[in-house]
Design a protein around this ligand. Structure first.
Ligand code: FRU
Length: 470
């Protein structure tokens, strides 16, 4: 049975009707990547290939529901100006009929090759998954090659999100998985030719490698070495909530440690939260031409309050985070906005004095750097409130369901904040990237940022120009 609901004419019609409507929404981002219409979730296939950056994305062009997942495609020469590319994959084969799920891209001897999960659901509620390849042809189209890995033994149908890389003579792949005891795991596979794959076992997971119970499914793994450490990014579902950490419906986390290339084992410490804001999930990294490790995440979380976001009224849902450069300090991951984004800045303005007397700023498209010893509050249009205390940040906004105030925390002494605003999103970088809080918010536009508190602050700020995808 193939998927008969998705077709190019249906997608074209959805885009023709949907795009003008989405553009009317004052919450539509000015310089972040977002779907022209419909629902976007994970970044996929982020790669520098043949002199251009490519970023693919989980996309349902037909509605704001998690259905019909295709791979949309953008490309850019400079990581700032992006252009639309033809739809890369749609779920029209037997082995991917319920979605061309997340995956990654590699350069296979000069051919841009995608590896993704073909998701297949059965009527009785079960599912299976195939890891599949698609190779770009001379016309630029992606030709599906079909599955190369069927469901490995010992796991449920939840096995997905292949992230591939090359090391020596081999290709390696990490895969998110759920074992038969309903524990989330990351599997490692190895191949000489991308077609035949060998299961090298579990490298991390719940009840594994010194971790206790850490969730029933781990999605979107990504493994890379940066500085003296190897990092494993993962998205554990079902992680126990702590009073001030892992508070979102699903969390995005990382492990830091050493990967032994001989034994293919990963020794690591505890789980760290990758982003402490309300919306962040399914990040993916790649290397730039000049060797930087960049990360982009989905500024959304599945199954929480996403279906109450007001942009659905304009037919679109979700956006990406800004692109971030990663660095490694003492086994901790730091994230900072890529320097390329500085090209969006208008003239710099400054303020020094008490928070109470600080000017009101337009938060629509804003970059702000603030230094203070705390005791101040940043109020984004009365919709998102950041309390900068001596030893922690408290970020509060109202539930879209109940109206009650919800809070996210970042714990530690805060010296400085670097904040990026874009219509309906705020990304807060703490202490030059030691922490990040990414969140959507839906203020009445044009949104104002105001400051309060007796304590002093020093601020530099820029309005940012829009940079829409062409
Ligand atoms: C994460 C995720 C992935 C899956 C994709 C489907 O958000 O659930 O595990 O491949 O989204 O869109």
């Amino acid at each position: 049975m193939i998927n008969s609901q998705i077709s190019l004419p249906a997608i074209l019609l959805a885009v023709m009707r949907g795009q003008p409507k989405a553009q009317q929404d004052a919450h539509y981002p000015g310089w972040h990547l977002a779907p022209v219409t419909g629902l976007m979730n994970d970044p996929n296939g982020f790669i520098h290939f043949n002199g251009r950056y490519h970023l693919f994305y989980q996309w349902n062009p037909l509605s704001c529901q998690h259905q019909h997942k295709c791979w949309g495609h953008w490309s850019s020469e400079d990581l700032l100006h992006w252009q639309h590319e033809p739809l890369a994959l749609m779920p029209d084969s037997d082995y991917d009929r319920n979605g061309c799920y997340s995956g990654s891209a590699i350069d296979d001897h000069g051919r841009l090759t995608l590896c993704y999960t073909g998701n297949v659901k059965f009527d009785e509620g079960t599912r299976t998954a195939f890891q599949c390849l698609a190779v770009q042809n001379a016309e630029g189209r992606f030709e599906k090659q079909g599955p190369v890995i069927a469901l490995p033994e010992g796991y449920t149908g939840h096995v997905r999100d292949p992230k591939l890389w090359r090391c020596g003579q081999h290709w390696y792949m990490v895969l998110g998985a759920q074992d038969l005891g309903r524990r989330g795991k990351v599997l490692l596979f190895r191949s000489a030719d991308l077609r035949e794959w060998e299961n090298m076992g579990e490298i991390a997971g719940s009840d594994t490698g010194g971790l206790g119970a850490a969730g029933y499914m781990w999605e979107c793994p990504d493994l890379f070495t940066l500085g003296h450490h190897t990092y494993l990014l993962c998205c554990p579902q079902g992680l126990p909530q702590e009073p001030q950490r892992f508070l979102n419906t699903y969390s995005s986390a990382y492990l830091s440690g050493k990967f032994d290339e001989q034994t293919l084992t990963f020794q690591h410490g505890p789980l760290h939260e990758l982003d402490a804001g309300f919306e962040f999930y399914a990040p993916q990294t790649t290397l730039t031409a000049d060797g930087r490790r960049l990360l982009v995440g989905w500024m959304g979380v599945p199954d929480g309050e996403e279906m109450s976001q007001p942009t659905i009224g304009y037919g679109w849902l979700h956006q990406m985070t800004c692109l971030r450069e990663l660095s490694s300090r003492n086994g901790k991951l730091y994230q900072q906005p890529i320097v390329e984004l500085q090209a969006l800045r208008g003239d710099m303005q400054t303020y020094e004095g008490s928070a109470n007397a600080a000017p009101w700023l337009s938060a629509q498209r804003l970059e702000l750097r603030v230094e203070s010893s705390g005791g101040i509050t940043l109020n984004f249009a009365d919709t998102l409130i950041l309390e900068w205390q001596q030893d922690q940040l408290r970020l509060a906004r109202r539930s879209l369901h109940t109206g009650e105030w919800l809070v996210r925390y970042w714990t530690g002494a805060v010296r400085g904040l670097h904040i990026l605003c874009d219509h309906s999103s705020v990304e807060i970088f703490i202490n030059d990237g030691e922490g990040v809080m990414s969140s959507r918010y839906f203020p009445t536009q044009p949104a104002l940022l105001t400051f309060s508190g007796d304590n002093p602050l020093r601020a530099r700020y820029w309005s940012l120009r829009a940079c829409p995808v062409e």
